[in-house]
Design a protein around this ligand. Structure first.
Ligand SMILES: [Ca+2]
Length: 139
């Protein structure tokens, strides 16, 4: 059995990559104000709410995301969504998770250039995403 050692090496490599996957959250694509081609700007001082979509893909079933676990903000721990719906916001055939968030809850200030999101699927797997954001109205 000259193949023995080779097989053992392959198995060890598989075990390593599985462990790495378990420790790392799945990356998902998110979009502020989906369908709006304008600048992704937010003005925390004006209040109001903003839609943020978690985009589904062949690698991520947005319907498996648990909306109540999702947090958004500069570090992805700040705001909870107060409403969520499942719809295909970018019309690519994959269902997306559309969240409505109160802008002040995001705790963005002018130094922030990125909005982060983190959450869990209904089966307990972590996912996270980030997208550029322009914060206005704080001068
Ligand atoms: Ca979609």
């Amino acid at each position: 059995m000259s193949k023995g050692p080779v097989r053992g090496t392959v198995l060890a490599a598989c075990a390593l990559s599985a462990a790495a996957l378990a420790a790392q959250a799945q990356r998902v694509s998110i979009e502020i104000k989906p369908g709006d081609d304008g600048p992704k700007s937010l003005e925390p001082g004006r209040g109001g709410m903003v839609p943020v979509a978690i985009l589904g893909s062949p690698d991520f079933d947005a319907a498996s995301g648990d909306p109540e676990s999702v947090r958004l903000g500069p570090t992805g721990t700040e705001a909870a969504a107060f409403r969520s719906t499942l719809e295909d916001v970018d019309r690519d055939g994959d269902v997306d998770l559309l969240l409505l968030v109160r802008v002040p809850d995001l705790r963005l200030t002018c130094e922030h250039t990125e909005l982060r999101l983190a959450g869990k699927t209904v089966t307990g797997d972590d996912f996270e995403g980030a997208t550029p954001v322009q914060v206005t109205g704080c001068e």
